[in-house]
Design a protein around this ligand. Sequence first.
Ligand code: PFF
Length: 457
Amino acid sequence: MAITRKELPNFTSRMAFILVTAGAAVGLGNVWGFPYVAGKNGGGGFMLIYLLALAFVATPVLMAELLLGRMGRASPPTALKNLQIEAGRKEPWPVIMWVGLMGTILILSFYMVIAGQAIFYGFEAMTESFHGWTPEDIIAFDAAYKSDILLMAFWSAVFVGLTALIVSSNITTGIELAGKWLTPILFVLLVIIVIYAGIYGDMPAALNFLFGFDHLVLTPGVLLEAVGQAFFTISVGVGAIMMYGAYMGNNVNLPKAVMWIVLMDLGVAILAGLAIFPLVFGEGVDASAGPGLIFITLPIIFAKITGGGVVAVLFFMLLAFAAITSSISLLSPTVARLEEAGWKRPHAAWAMSFAAFVLSFLTIFSFNIWSDYYPLAVLGFDGLTAFALVREGVSNVILPVVGVTCALIVGWGIKKERVKAALPMQETVLFKVWYFCLRYIVPIAISALFLNAIFGG
Ligand code: PFF
């Protein structure tokens, strides 16, 4: 039996909703992903494209997804089923959210591996503090971790276990409590590190790198990466946000909440850049060191600078906190769906975590026994490990496809009057811009990027 709309619990306040949802948005993508992607694509120029993608493509979808959740008041597939019936439409709307749910588990499967390493490094920094380690020591340390399948599996399991524990509890004592505390703590930690980086690192070089305009690279690939990063960073396109929309009270002013969530997410991404790059430039190391930036470049710096040991602990704690508030949002939709099927919440949480853990071996093996194995090479995806395929498949396919479908459903599938009443909102300029984005900008932008990816070579 499906849970009826009224039975679903609500977050207790507007503030709680905003903090929890911002916590879902702020994650590894901000701290581990954004500085790397921005660095690789040339700083300020990329930033501009990214801001446009965020404002006119990802943010309108965020608002659409939250609205669909609040209107449907159930797990994402059931919410869309409710809305499809209400709108009297024939197309099978729920199907798209099953794709989304697959996306949540796939993201969780690689998220736990990166977050697991962050927790491991956090403990290492507490006990060993990296102090006096040479760069060779740190490179060897990272390599040793990545070749130890059991150790990687262990820390991934610790992380996903914590996630399951939080999600097992009911909404207000689990997800809400974690988000309400961890999101503000994360901000404080980040600000401390930025101040430290300003004192001990080269802040002007970092500012110039992030905001300077000397090296704009504008290719379709960069555009796709900007849209992909924008979707990933604010968590749209898998149903996690739709689920939180279903827990959102009717008293929440949706456009305002969306604005806060996006600003907090962007703020953390920029602050993360301002925490990392001054140190990177201060030490004269390569800024586009790739994902190794976090687990190799930064520890090398922490090992050298004054107070580096403490900052290392704070930094890896920050990473773990950012990750856990996102991973609980990733686990929530499938758990809610299983609850609708009659499962007990804890059973559902542990079962889905276990499924994600099994899938995490695709990522774990990509760092060792499968590091030279490209599963889809025959289809033209040469050079992509299983981990890269999962990550890029989710970011470049699932998120945009599910996201654009949500935009189409709100823009075209549901009557405009009903949308306005559900928000609730008058036909203001803001409404018109949002609606126009959903109807035209989002579908056109995403179709163009897809066509280019397929035919553009
Ligand atoms: N927004 C998260 C990040 O930036 O790391 C990733 C994410 C979490 C994506 C939850 C999607 C999601 F549903």
